[in-house]
Design a protein around this ligand. Sequence first.
Ligand SMILES: Cc1cc2nc3c(=O)[nH]c(=O)nc-3n(C[C@H](O)[C@H](O)[C@H](O)COP(=O)(O)O)c2cc1C
Ligand SMILES: Nc1ncnc2c1ncn2[C@@H]1O[C@H](COP(=O)(O)OP(=O)(O)OP(=O)(O)O)[C@@H](O)[C@H]1O
Length: 294
Amino acid sequence: MEQAQLQESQKRCCIVGKFETFHRGHRKLIERAKELCDKVLIVSIKKEKFTVFSEEERKEIAKGLSVELLNLPFSAVRELSPQEFFQFLKRNGCQVLIVGEDWRFGKDRKGNVRTAKELGEKFGIEVITVQTEKANGEKIATSRIKELLKEGKVEEANKLLGFSYFCLGTVTPGDRLGRDLGYPTLNVHPQKEILLPNGVYEVALTLDGETLRGIANLGVRPTVSNGVERRLEVHVPDRELPELYGKKVKVEFIRFIRPEKRFNSIEELKKQIKFDVENLKRYWRDNVGRAAEV
Ligand SMILES: Cc1cc2nc3c(=O)[nH]c(=O)nc-3n(C[C@H](O)[C@H](O)[C@H](O)COP(=O)(O)O)c2cc1C
Ligand SMILES: Nc1ncnc2c1ncn2[C@@H]1O[C@H](COP(=O)(O)OP(=O)(O)OP(=O)(O)O)[C@@H](O)[C@H]1O
């Protein structure tokens, strides 16, 4: 029995697909793979540009899930027949293949789960099917997550992702206006274009391994600038942050608070920020124990 368990745990599971977002559907496959195998390899095939997460962000997600990520351009597999595709998997040491119910593979997407099971028998690769993960009766899909993010519905997007939409970025100097306003902000230069609309968001800021709750303005700051350059500025209430220029940070978007606005004076902007911050602090007090993560 022990020997059998040992052999089972040394198996290598593969999962193949675009894997743009690692949403709850993708992660159901990963969880199943981890139950069955010691090593899990994600073969991520990129057809078009990924826009939700940068390459480094996807690597970070994969690392957090303890899976190996192999990125392949679509051109590397486009011409492979279903049979050649299985030969490719075999060469990569794949012993178990985990697939969603509607998985298609091989040239012109000719292969399906049935073909996969047949080829699996031939090549000695066990093919395991996982049921589609749905939310409100609909298959969880990256396209829906993108739509929600673009509409500013970050909480709904996060529910489908199963974690908070985030960006990694570098701290850059701002105009030092925030300090005069009484609300100093950390300017974060993100690695990608953030899909969310301009606005004020509840966020979680991770720096040097510590996660702090904060409030961010994502936008062009129409009150104080000519409104062209998009910026991400994070304010951490009741906390004096040291000089952090050049540091890599992570900003998770938890909740949309309000759209960005142009105020007639700095005084009005200051009053609004005070209102936003006080409201958020009250919200945190009223929701003690609520984790930053979904
Ligand atoms: C919670 C919060 C809300 C904000 N809302 C707005 C806004 O609605 N309109 C706007 O023009 N700027 C807004 N800002 C941006 C401020 O104008 C900006 O933080 C300030 O100009 C400081 O910029 P600096 O860090 O480059 O010095 C907001 C900032 C924070 C922290
Ligand atoms: N909601 C889901 N539930 C279960 N499995 C899923 C779900 N979405 C995708 N999968 C599976 O994950 C694997 C990788 O899929 P891939 O990244 O190519 O996604 P997809 O089906 O095109 O979905 P999406 O566009 O949402 O990323 C495939 O085996 C696919 O069937």
